[in-house]
Design a protein around this ligand. Sequence first.
Ligand code: NDP
Length: 255
Amino acid sequence: MPDLKDKVIIVTGASRGIGAAAALELAAQGARLVLAARNASACSEVLEQIGNNGGEAFAVSCDVSDFTAVEKMISDAKERFGRVDVLINNAGIVDPVGLIEDTDPEAWARNIQVNLVGVYHGIRAVIKDFYAQGHGTIINISSGAAHNPLEGWSAYCSGKAGVFMMTRATAHEAGEKGVRVYGFAPGVVDTDMQVTIRASGINRVSQLPRENLSKAVEPAKALAFLCSEEAADLAGQELDVRNLELRERVGLPAL
Ligand code: NDP
């Protein structure tokens, strides 16, 4: 198990789904957690579980689409824990789901503002600190949708494709300055987002039976591995939880 003792890790979108599972796993491995969601009170269950297990965490209200809120979240983290070691840009939305001609332009732009601009905001707000301290890790949650178009997901696919390039652009600029950057595709995971996707009935992902989806603990364990020094040789890459070599290193069963 990777040792994350005392690492200060921010997880955006930590109120439920993959972000919540990651926060629990990271805290169990000794990290101190900052949980971000639009409304901090949505993180109360996760906070309670971490506290009950002897971990340390606090929650911040932060809409990642708002740069001022993201800056405040980073400064709250530093005030509480003294520094930030890892930023996991996990917050994301799938809407609007629909054919291009049916989508609302404002909802389309909102998706990009959360999924892509939100990732930029997090990196922009923390990277100078990472340079100053000479280390830091950034993990951007990607998706198969970054690389393959899916009907009805024009906004989501475009945003995630942008995140893929943001991972590369950040690694290109920051990789030589002690900052490890990863993209990470979590697989098809049983979360609220997949409930929305199934309800839409659009494209093959919406047809997947719920029992075929993976549990959020799988990407959570892989994220813990990426936060650790053990993953240093993989820095700069976009990784997929379904990659067998990665699964072996994380200790996940082969597919
Ligand atoms: P969920 O819908 O279950 O959770 C999304 C999280 O993001 C919630 O905590 C939500 O909190 C938060 N969030 C949404 N909008 C904002 C915002 N503007 N600012 C801050 N927080 C926000 O999604 P998943 O756990 O399934 O997804 C997590 C990530 O994984 C996303 O980036 C998603 O695209 C990606 N992913 C998921 C897959 C899956 O199969 N589930 C597959 C591939 C990628 P709140 O609403 O309380 O603010």
